[in-house]
Design a protein around this ligand. Structure first.
Ligand code: HAM
Length: 433
C-alpha cells in the first residue's frame, strides 16, 4: 500500500488546536461586532443547487466552482454566501420584517490559483441588509467593517476602505459606448476588476478583444480605463451624468460616514468595481494601507440579484470579509493574539488506587464550571507540574495514598506555590469566575 499523504488537499487547511484557537477568537469578533450592529446570524447548506451560481458575465467564481452530479442533481459547494442569502430571503419574501439585517460566518470553496491570501477554501463573515434602498445601509456596513478592524487590535491607519459607485461608470457608459448593448456592462466590470492584478494595458487589451464579452474599439477602451483613474470624490461627482443619482448618493454616504466618525478611513477610488456581476451602485473594498495584500473584504449594493434569480426586486447591500487576509495582516503587523490553552485546574492521582477520588474532585470542579484536565495515566509529578505551568493552569489538585487515607486533597496554587489541604467530604469548589 502506498503511504498516505499527510497533507490536506492543496489549498485547504487542517486546524491544529492553536489554529482553531485563533479561528474562534476571530469568529468571536465577527459575531460580536455583528451583534453590536443589531444583525442576526443565519446559515444555509454548504452544498447548494449549482444553478444558483451559474452566471454568464465571465466571473472567475463560476469557473472555480466545485460541482458534481449526484442522482441526476447538479450540486455545488458554495463559493460565496450571497446567492444562498438571496435564496433564503426570496423563500420568505413577504414574511420578513424589512429592512432585515443578517450575518453569517461560513466556509466557501473556490478552485483558485493560489497566491498569498488566496486559498481553495476560506471562511467569510458576511453582513447583508435587505429592503433598504438608501445609502444608510452602506454606511452601516462600512462602519461595521471599521469596528472589526478596531476590535482585532489593528491601528486606525492600517486599513483603508476604497469606495466607488458602479452607477457612475454605468450611467456614463450606457449614455456612450454601451448605448446599444447595456448587457455588456457587467462583463466589462468583471474585466476592469482585474486591473490591480494585471495592469491597465492588459485590461485595455481585454476590453478590445473581439472574442471577449465586451469588444470595445481601442479608443473607447482607453477612455474607460482613463475613467478609472479618478481618485477624488469631487471630480467623480462633477463627472457624474446629470440624470443619475450616483453623485448625490456618494456625497450623502460621505456625510453619513462623517457622522460615524470614520470618514478619514475611506477613500474614493474609481478603479474599484468588484469582480462579481451582481453589484450595481456603491461598491467598496478594504485594503491594508501598505498595499502588500489582496482585498481584506469587499461588498456593495446588489439590488438586481433577487430579480436575476427569478424573484421580486428587493434592494440589498452587504459585504464578505475573509479569514485569510486579515490573519496575514495581523501577522505582518505583529498583532496576532497570544492565545493559550484554556485549562483552569489539573487533577492528578499519584496511583490508580486514588483515581476514584480524583474523578470525584474533577467532577465537582467541572460542575462548578471549571475547565479541568484530569491527568490520565500516572506520569511523574514533575512532568505534571511543568505541563500545567506551560498551559497557565491556576490550580493543581494532588491526590496521593496519604491524602486519600486522610480524606483530603492537596491544593497547590501554581502562581504562588502556596499549598493547602481541602477536605474531600463536602468538597464544594467556588464557581469559576
Ligand atoms: P469576494 O470579494 O469574492 O466577495 O470575497 C470577499 C472576501 O473574501 C475577499 O475580500 C477576501 O478577503 C475573501 N476571499 C475571497 N476569496 C478568497 C480565497 N480564495 N481565499 C481567501 N480569501 C478569499 C464575495 O464573496 C461577496 N459574496 C461578498 C458580498 C456579501 N457581497 C455582498 N454581500
Amino acid at each position: 500500500m502506498s503511504k498516505q499523504n499527510l497533507k490536506p488537499p492543496r489549498g485547504t487547511r487542517d486546524l491544529f488546536p492553536e489554529d482553531q484557537r485563533f479561528r474562534e477568537w476571530l469568529f468571536g469578533h465577527f459575531r460580536e461586532v455583528a451583534a453590536r450592529f443589531g444583525f442576526e446570524e443565519v446559515d444555509a447548506p454548504i452544498v447548494e443547487h449549482a444553478e444558483l451560481f451559474m452566471r454568464k458575465a465571465g466571473e472567475e467564481i463560476v469557473d472555480q466552482l466545485y460541482h458534481f452530479e449526484l442522482h441526476g442533481r447538479h450540486l455545488a459547494l458554495r463559493p460565496e454566501m450571497t446567492p444562498s442569502i438571496a435564496r433564503m430571503v426570496m423563500a420568505r419574501a413577504g414574511g420578513l420584517r424589512m429592512p432585515l439585517r443578517w450575518f453569517t460566518v461560513t466556509q466557501n470553496w473556490r478552485y483558485e490559483r493560489m497566491t498569498r491570501g488566496r486559498k481553495r477554501e476560506h471562511y467569510q463573515w458576511n453582513m447583508d441588509i435587505y429592503g433598504e434602498p438608501g445609502v444608510t445601509a452602506e454606511a452601516e456596513l462600512i462602519a461595521a467593517i471599521t469596528s472589526l478592524v478596531d476590535a482585532v487590535g489593528l491601528e486606525r491607519d492600517h486599513v483603508k476602505i476604497r469606495i466607488n459607485s458602479r452607477s457612475l461608470l454605468e450611467a456614463s457608459l450606457r449614455a456612450g459606448v454601451l448605448k446599444d448593448r447595456p448587457e455588456a456592462f457587467e462583463p466589462l466590470c468583471v474585466v476592469i476588476d482585474k486591473i490591480d492584478k494585471v495592469g491597465a494595458e492588459t485590461v485595455t487589451d481585454m476590453l478590445v478583444d473581439p472574442a471577449g464579452a465586451v469588444g470595445l474599439d481601442a479608443a473607447s477602451a482607453r477612455d474607460v480605463v482613463a475613467m478609472l483613474e479618478v481618485k477624488n470624490l469631487e471630480d467623480a461627482v462633477a463627472a457624474a451624468p446629470s440624470d443619475s443619482t450616483a453623485g448625490s448618493d456618494l456625497l450623502r454616504l460621505w456625510s453619513l460616514l462623517a457622522a460615524y466618525g470614520v470618514d478619514d478611513r475611506v477613500v474614493f477610488d474609481a478603479s474599484v468595481v468588484r469582480g462579481l456581476a451582481y453589484y450595481a451602485g456603491i461598491v467598496f473594498e478594504a485594503f491594508d494601507t501598505r498595499g502588500a495584500l489582496r482585498a481584506i473584504c469587499g461588498g456593495g449594493r446588489y439590488d438586481r440579484l433577487t430579480e436575476a434569480l427569478g424573484g421580486p426586486s428587493i434592494p440589498a447591500a452587504g459585504f464578505g470579509f475573509g479569514d485569510v487576509v486579515i490573519a496575514e495582516l495581523l501577522s505582518d503587523m505583529g498583532k496576532l493574539p497570544e492565545l493559550a490553552r484554556e485549562v483552569d485546574d489539573v487533577v492528578f492521582a499519584f496511583e490508580e488506587a486514588q483515581r476514584p477520588a480524583a474523578i470525584e474532585v474533577a467532577t465537582r470542579l467541572r460542575a462548578a464550571g471549571h475547565r479541568v484536565e484530569l491527568v490520565l495515566g500516572t506520569p511523574k509529578l514533575k512532568r505534571v507540574i511543568s505541563d500545567a505551568d506551560k498551559d497557565g493552569v491556576a490550580t493543581l489538585w494532588l491526590l496521593g495514598p496519604d491524602e486519600v487515607e486522610r480524606g483530603v486533597v492537596m491544593r497547590r496554587r501554581l502562581e504562588t506555590g502556596e499549598q493547602s489541604e481541602v477536605a474531600l467530604a463536602g468538597f464544594d469548589p467556588e464557581p469559576r469566575a
